[in-house]
Design a protein around this ligand. Structure first.
Ligand SMILES: [Zn+2]
Length: 146
């Protein structure tokens, strides 16, 4: 997964603004913030993609303040291009994302006791076999909302 955050950072590093306020930040700090935001976004995409509807928009909002006005368009294009690749990658390799981030793959449901279900989910909807009905409910809710 981190190949995507590294690629975004590499393409954008040259555009990152210097410190806005020389007293409290160095230019290295801006670079670090951008890289961190990219990493956090791909981590979330790998482990929580069902609840992460607009990764490109989210990442762009997180990092846009580190770039000058003239580079915003470019930043958005780079972010949305790589986020498309990343989304496609996690859709095709749902287990690989988890493995790379180092988090265990878990069903998205909560048990009757209120704990997170520990069972291994099916890749296509993130629920284990005993919680498949929740995925159907979710589809109905999304249809109702639309
Ligand atoms: Zn479950």
């Amino acid at each position: 997964m981190y190949q995507f955050s590294r690629a975004i950072y590499r393409e954008l590093a040259g555009y990152i603004d210097g410190p806005q306020n020389a007293k409290c930040s160095s230019s290295g700090a801006n670079h670090e913030q951008v890289l961190r935001a990219c990493e956090a976004t791909v981590e979330r995409l790998a482990t929580d993609r069902h609840y992460f509807a607009h990764p490109a928009r989210t990442l762009f909002c997180d990092i846009r303040s580190y770039f000058p006005m003239g580079a915003q368009e470019r930043v958005y294009q780079v972010v949305s291009r790589y986020m498309r690749f990343a989304q496609q990658y996690v859709a095709e390799n749902p287990l690989a994302g988890y493995a790379e981030i180092g988090k265990p793959l878990q069903c998205r449901a909560t048990t009757r006791k209120g704990d997170a279900c520990q069972r291994v989910p099916l890749p296509h909807n993130g629920y284990c076999p005993s919680h498949q009905h929740l995925a159907e409910t979710e589809d109905h809710e999304q249809l109702a909302a639309a």
